[in-house]
Write a protein that binds this ligand. Sequence first.
Ligand SMILES: Cc1cc2nc3c(=O)[nH]c(=O)nc-3n(C[C@H](O)[C@H](O)[C@H](O)COP(=O)(O)OP(=O)(O)OC[C@H]3O[C@@H](n4cnc5c(N)ncnc54)[C@H](O)[C@@H]3O)c2cc1C
Length: 399
Amino acid sequence: MKIAIIGAGPAGMLAGGFLSSNHEVHIFDKNEKCGKKLYITGKGRCNLTNNCNKDEFFNNVVNGKKFMYSSINQFSPEDIISFFENIGLKLKTERGNRVFPESDKSSDVIKALEKFSKDCKIHLNEKVEKISKKNEEFLIKTHKKEYLFDRVIISTGGISYPLTGSTGDGYKFAEEFGHTITKPKPALVAIELKDWFIKDLQGISLKNVKIKATSDNKNFEYFGEMLFTDKGISGPIVLTLSSFINRANEIKLFLDFKPALSEDKLLSRILRDVDQCKNKTMSNFVSLYLPKTLANIFLKLLNIDNQQKVNSFTVKQREDFIKLLKNFPLTFKNLYPIESAIITSGGVALNEINPKTMESKLVKGLYFIGEVLDVDCLTGGFNLTQAFSTAYACSHNLT
Ligand SMILES: Cc1cc2nc3c(=O)[nH]c(=O)nc-3n(C[C@H](O)[C@H](O)[C@H](O)COP(=O)(O)OP(=O)(O)OC[C@H]3O[C@@H](n4cnc5c(N)ncnc54)[C@H](O)[C@@H]3O)c2cc1C
């Protein structure tokens, strides 16, 4: 059969490699090279999967858990690791079971996939503009030529980081074939805040803190690292939170700077410290608990003069200080724009796709794989796992 794959990202290249052993496969990409987004993954190191079992994978799927069962059972994280090792890419597992190439170079993952898909005809710098069905065949119009194919696989990715080529074209192709698109939203993205003090905090990073959010009567809590940006907050726990609140309406955010200590324990510690630092200024005292800039903001919010001596720290001020340490309010403005999101949430509606084969239920011979689908996962190599796993399922069940 003659098969067209639209998009030479990880999903397209893997599917192409498998299919080219039995079929004539053409991969189209509008970029000048393959895997442009893959190149920037994992800060240039490419966290290509997670060395975890299937249950752990599903725990990291935000949308599309049920849909992913079949493909993960066909090609699990463990299978992905074996696959890459078998094609000659040495891997290593780091903290959080994140799997990287031993060389720390995403370009080595791209090279391995290019080698694996070497029997495909790769059309670079060739943008697909329209796909239509002519009887049993598909007519593909690129900005250069027209082609006829028996099967078409759409692996055009999402709409985030558009400079890498993922500009949402797959959604347009899908809609033209009658598919429903779940509105794309940014996921794994920083959060913009309205608070006056944000600019002062830019660059400060925090470890072992908890971010808490309430939205539409749901509560979320994530513990770990975060940082302040020019307009808000980012870092691992913020990115995770963003994926759960990107469709919510009313969002309230709080930081717990001392999640390991209950209010009572915190009070005992404060009393002990007060006793030891009676003649210090409040500015120095609060800095025992927080980075200096944040400590000054605390004092402003608490209406405490930073030159006040610790020995005049009142009971009420102490209570307010504890409250602020445990529930520091942040005012949600927006998620950062989708252009800066690591992943797009939303995409081709899953109830219109066969989860075993990735074939459209509406159009025979048309397939969707990778990020163009309405599946999104958390960080840790899970999104590339989704791309590889759906690509495998498609290429092994395409009829
Ligand atoms: C900064 C960043 C870091 C990331 N790090 C990680 C990580 O470490 N681990 C992880 O698991 N995930 C990571 N991701 C997510 C991961 O990159 C994506 O999940 C993955 O690339 C999706 O693969 P895909 O093949 O579906 O689509 P893409 O990689 O987006 O590829 C789609 C391809 O289709 C091409 N295309 C689109 N439209 C057309 C058209 N009309 N004609 C021709 N070609 C077209 C594009 O040029 C592109 O090359 C990261 C994402 C970003 C932005």
